[in-house]
Design a protein around this ligand. Structure first.
Ligand SMILES: Nc1ncnc2c1ncn2[C@@H]1O[C@H](COP(=O)(O)OP(=O)(O)O)[C@@H](O)[C@H]1O
Ligand SMILES: Cc1cn([C@H]2C[C@H](O)[C@@H](COP(=O)(O)O)O2)c(=O)[nH]c1=O
Length: 262
């Protein structure tokens, strides 16, 4: 019996990689699938993984109807055993309902992948509907980490390097902006209205994302604004003797973030 599965996690935890692996494994056993995605960072009509794989996919637009799309393909003779749906957080509630119907009435497996919550910690409507309807919700095993070393559970958005909690829910972007580039690299706003940026409205803001643990998301502490607990670039202690170094460094750690390190 076909299933609706939702593989979820924070940004950068390996969802697209898993989507492409699952497609590969099912294809290797002779099953036929259709790949879908929406607003992939690498561009329209593809699924891309940070590990370097990039595979063509059908772009999902707000008006896409999965039931119609898949019925048409079958009418034209295509065999469809499964469907891969990446960036499913961007799908509409109606589209998730269509996917559930595809599972139940067409007996097609639907493997969907997406982040559950946005930069304000609120559920995306598509993800909420998947949680409501999926046969199984599976949190990915590979954990993205917060700068403090704890498991990252939340996605933070930065604009010009500063964490924000207001703005459009949907702004395509990436994590792991090197700190020295965060302020310099112009963000590609060609993607259209999803970014909320008006052409000619001055220099485009630099938007980035960072995965954080709940504590640091609530405190709005990103790696940029955190005390440099884990950085090699922490200033050397003034007292150069080994005892003095230990003492000063130890105090720095305690003062900076009580309770974060054990
Ligand atoms: N250079 C690298 N070497 C090894 N693993 C990497 C490298 N770059 C990214 N990764 C892995 O890829 C994961 C991101 O995969 P991706 O499928 O793009 O994530 P998602 O779709 O969840 O945003 C990272 O969590 C990391 O485990
Ligand atoms: C948190 C958050 C993310 N997004 C965007 C940013 C990326 O383009 C995708 C997530 O892609 P990934 O493959 O999981 O890294 O979602 C957004 O539009 N709004 C948000 O709040």
């Amino acid at each position: 019996m076909a299933e609706l599965l939702f593989f979820s996690g924070t940004m950068d935890c390996g969802k697209s990689t898993l989507a492409l692996q699952m497609d590969h494994n099912h294809k290797a056993r002779g099953r036929r699938g259709v790949l879908f995605s929406s607003h992939d960072r690498a561009g329209e009509s593809m699924i891309s993984s940070r590990l370097g794989l990039q595979v063509p996919a059908v772009e999902v637009f707000p008006e896409t109807d999965f039931w119609v799309e898949l019925t048409l393909r079958q009418t034209m003779g295509a065999r469809i055993d499964y469907v891969i749906c990446d960036e499913a957080q961007f799908y509409t509630v109606d589209q998730i309902d269509q996917l559930a119907r595809v599972v139940d009435e067409m007996d097609i497996d639907v493997f969907s992948f997406g982040i559950t919550s946005d930069f304000r910690t609120r559920l995306f409507p598509g993800s909420q509907r998947l949680i409501e309807l999926a046969d199984r919700v599976q949190v990915l095993q590979v954990e993205a980490l917060c700068w403090c070393g704890k498991r990252a559970t939340h996605n933070a958005r930065t604009v010009d390097g500063v964490m924000v909690v207001e703005g459009d829910q949907m702004v395509v972007g990436d994590v792991d902006q090197p700190l020295d580039q965060t302020l310099d690299r112009p963000f590609d706003l060609d993607a259209g209205p999803a970014t909320g940026h008006q052409a000619g409205a001055g220099p485009a803001p630099t938007v980035g994302y960072e995965t954080l643990c709940r504590r640091h998301h609530m405190r709005r502490q990103t790696s940029r604004t955190s005390p440099s607990l884990f950085s090699n670039e922490a200033p050397l202690p003034f007292d150069a003797s080994p005892a003095g170094q230990l003492g000063t460094r130890g105090n720095q750690l305690q003062d900076a973030e009580p309770g974060v390190r054990s």
